[in-house]
Structure formats: structure tokens, C-alpha cells
Write a protein that binds this ligand. Structure first.
Ligand code: LLP
Length: 425
């Protein structure tokens, strides 16, 4: 066993076989079967990149837990000094189990339940966002009940186009998130009715997959100026949360969002002095740290199309079906021969069950293994049991060692929830 080295190549082809760090993937597959594979080296590189560009600028870099809630990964990120951005009582619980302290926690959500609010109070979360005026009485009542105060950031919607997929765009006026400036203004005017709420800053998150600093910079200036104009009784501009959304290049064509230029574009020492700068990256930290590994069940041709039928389905990675997202797919042990178009599909009874369509792929046969890249973000986190499929195990690779951090689900896991208990109403 070799000591772990941060220099390890996360996923590399060695002598014709794809490896996760030091481990040949066919060996891992034989031991575990289909699974998500996370490379510690890849994850650490991303943490290094974010901390390198923002560690000395932003006071709180809160990892968006929704991107990947793997408990070991959370603990690792916590130990690396990140905070946690959470959107539900369960995410709060998971963050707490991973050791994240309340002072490093940001609670968001556009429809926080009372359970969520109580969990935020129990965790003593540093910040909570307010998505609209309607939440004011709810937050006030819960804080009063617990005899504490909420430090509130108003989530504003600047109606700014981040040029990303409509489903992952959140800063447009058509989006359900946040409030317009007029509403934020009214909220501040009403603040005196809510003695258990301290309105202490603003929150803006434009959406996901932003590839240029421009839109984030534009959101920053608009929201900064708006926040400064709000300062006064009822609003103390102590913190600004600029969200996440740092773009990742799934196709290997344009590169990831350049964090250094983003950081430079957000420089404003006069403004940031004495204020807390919060960021919430999710995908950027985890996407390329994970692959989805599975076997080809068979290949068929129909109407001249090549269908590669794979044991992995949309329930394991819903992004292609939901957003027509591109994920690079490669055979783990490529065969000799020319590439040709193929649809890589899963076994689920839905035509939308594909991992790739019309994709140039080398020759593959039943029993070959495929690696789906960038499955670290919104992969396992969005998995479901549709068609009776059991969620896949998650494997953490560190050098030449692999650890099952979440075992494969069993039918018994699902049956545990069933019953026929009479409701007393
Ligand atoms: N902060 C807030 C308030 C968010 O809503 C999100 C993501 C993030 C931070 C993190 O965004 P990121 O850095 O990961 O882009 N399931 C979609 C992405 C949905 C993102 C939801 N909110 C996908 O697979 O592309």
C-alpha cells in the first residue's frame, strides 16, 4: 500500500485502462458493481482552487450541499475549512453530522417549512435567507418561540440573464426565487414589526453553469449599490452572499469559469472592508471529482441507429434527461476501431432515459464498462428509485485504496418505509 499523495492523477488512462487514482476501474467494478466513484485527489484540487482564489477574500465559502450529500465527502470538505449551504432540515442534519458548525452554515430555500426553520435554529446557523416578504411572520414566530434572533439575508432577484439553461437560471424575473428590489425595500420598511429578525445583508444567486465573470460581476454591482441604498434603520448591510453557479466545462471545450478573473472582478476593498463575503459553490467543487461506472448490457441497431444499452439509467444520473446535459462517456478499456454515433441508453421504461444521444463512441460490446464523467455533482444527489431501481453505492478512492461510503440500497431498505398504520384524525 502506497502512502496517499495529493499529486495523484484523479482519473487517467494507463496502458489502455481507465484508473481512478491508482485503481484500475475493472477491478473496482468486480468488487463493487455499478457505482459512483469519487476521487479524493480531484476533489482536493477543486477545494484548493476555490480556496486559492477566494480563501483570503471571502469569509465564508459554503459548499452547496445539494450538489453531493455524501457523508464522507461532507466531512472531508468540512475538515478542509469549507462551510455548508443547506436548504432543508435534512441537509442541516447531514451538515451537522459532518461536523459543520452553525457559524459556517447558510440556510436557504424558497419554501422553508417550519421543520426547516426549527432545524436552522437548532443548528444555530449563522445566516438564513428570506426569499420573500411572506416568510417574515413565519421566521419571526419561530425565532420568538425559540427566544433567539435570525440573521437574515434578503434574497434579491436582479432580473439578470446569466445565459444558462432555463431550468438552472434563477436570477430572472420569471424565476420563482428571491424578491425584486421594491419588495426588498418594503421588507426593510417593515422590519420594526419583526424584533427577532436582524436584516443584515443580501443574497443573490443567478443560477448554475455561469462561464463568464460578467453576469456575477453585474449582479454584484447592482446588488451592492442597492444594499448600500437600503442602509439605515431596519437594515444593516453586514454581509453579501453572491451564491454559487461557477461553471464547469463538461465538454472540455471552453474551460471552467476562471476563478481568478471572477475574484478580480469582484474586488472592491472599500465595500468589502468590515463586511462578510459569502459564496456558495456546489458543482465546481464536486462535478469532475466523480464518475459513474457501469456495464454495457448489450448493443442493438434499430432503423439504422446504434443503441448502447447500459445498466445505468436516468434514475442514476438524471441530468441528460432533465436538462439535455452533456456528460462525456468513455469505455473503460477502449477497443480498437473507429468511433461512430450511438445513443447510450438506460434500462428504464422512458424514452427520455438516455445518458447520451448521437454521441461519437468507439466500438463497445456487452460486458464492456463505461465511465460517465462529471457525475460528482447532482448525480447521486438526484438519484431515485424509479422502476424499482436501487440507488447505487458510492465509493471514495484515495490512492490505491477504495472505501464504500454508502452501500448499495437493498429492497429491504425500501420496504422498511411501508406499512398500513391507521391514521388517527
Ligand atoms: N446557492 C443556491 C442558492 C443555489 O440554489 C444553488 C444551486 C447553489 C448555490 C449551487 O449552485 P452550483 O454552484 O452548484 O451551480 N440540478 C442542476 C443544478 C441545480 C442547482 C440548484 N441550486 C444540475 O444538475 O445542473
Amino acid at each position: 500500500m502506497k502512502p496517499y499523495s495529493m499529486q495523484t492523477e484523479p482519473f487517467s488512462n494507463r496502458e489502455g485502462v481507465l484508473h481512478a487514482e491508482e485503481i484500475p476501474l475493472p477491478r473496482l467494478y468486480r468488487a463493487v458493481g455499478p457505482c459512483y466513484v469519487y476521487s479524493r485527489a480531484a476533489l482536493d484540487r477543486r477545494v484548493d482552487a476555490v480556496l486559492g482564489s477566494f480563501g483570503h477574500r471571502a469569509q465564508l465559502i459554503a459548499y452547496a450541499v445539494k450538489a453531493n450529500t455524501n457523508a464522507h465527502l461532507l466531512r472531508h470538505f468540512q475538515e478542509r475549512g469549507l462551510g455548508a449551504e443547506v436548504v432543508s432540515a435534512t441537509e442541516i442534519r447531514e451538515a451537522m453530522r459532518a461536523g459543520f458548525a452553525g457559524v459556517r452554515m447558510v440556510c436557504n430555500g424558497n419554501g422553508k417549512s417550519l421543520e426547516d426553520l426549527r432545524a436552522a435554529i437548532a443548528a444555530d446557523a449563522a445566516w438564513i435567507n428570506l426569499d420573500g416578504a411572506w416568510e417574515l411572520p413565519r421566521l419571526e414566530a419561530e425565532a420568538a418561540r425559540a427566544d433567539c434572533v435570525f440573521h437574515v439575508l434578503l434574497r434579491v432577484n436582479p432580473d439578470l440573464d446569466a445565459s444558462t439553461h432555463p431550468y438552472i437560471s434563477t436570477g430572472l424575473k420569471t424565476s420563482k426565487f428571491g424578491m425584486d428590489f421594491e419588495e426588498a425595500h418594503r421588507v426593510v420598511g417593515d422590519a420594526h414589526h419583526y424584533p427577532h429578525l436582524r436584516l443584515e445583508g443580501l443574497h443573490v444567486h443567478l443560477g448554475s453553469q455561469i462561464h463568464e465573470p460578467g453576469p456575477i460581476r453585474e449582479a454584484f454591482t447592482r446588488v451592492r449599490d442597492f444594499g448600500l441604498s437600503l442602509e439605515g434603520p431596519g437594515f444593516h448591510f453586514a454581509a453579501l452572499n453572491l451564491g454559487g453557479g461557477f461553471g464547469v466545462d463538461y465538454r472540455g471545450e471552453i474551460g471552467d469559469l476562471d476563478l481568478e478573473s471572477l475574484a478580480a472582478s469582484l474586488e472592491d476593498p472599500g465595500f468589502w472592508k468590515g463586511r462578510t463575503w459569502i459564496l456558495e459553490p456546489g458543482r465546481y467543487l464536486v462535478a469532475d471529482g466523480g464518475i459513474l461506472l457501469g456495464e454495457v448490457l448489450g448493443v442493438k441497431r434499430s432503423h439504422g441507429r446504434r443503441f448502447v444499452i447500459c445498466e445505468l439509467g436516468m434514475n442514476d444520473l438524471i441530468r441528460p434527461a432533465l436538462y439535455e446535459a452533456y456528460h462525456s462517456i468513455s469505455p473503460v478499456s477502449p477497443r480498437e476501431g473507429a468511433a461512430s454515433p450511438a445513443d447510450v441508453v438506460g434500462p428504464i421504461c422512458e424514452s427520455g432515459d438516455f445518458l447520451a444521444q448521437d454521441r461519437e463512441l468507439g466500438p463497445v460490446e456487452a460486458g464492456d464498462l463505461l465511465a460517465v464523467r462529471h457525475a460528482g455533482a447532482y448525480g447521486s444527489a438526484m438519484a431515485s428509485n424509479y422502476n424499482g431501481r436501487l440507488r447505487l453505492p458510492e465509493v471514495w478512492v484515495e490512492g490505491d485504496r477504495a472505501f464504500i461510503t454508502r452501500r448499495r440500497e437493498t429492497p429491504e431498505d425500501l420496504e422498511r418505509l411501508e406499512g398500513f398504520e391507521e391514521v388517527s384524525w
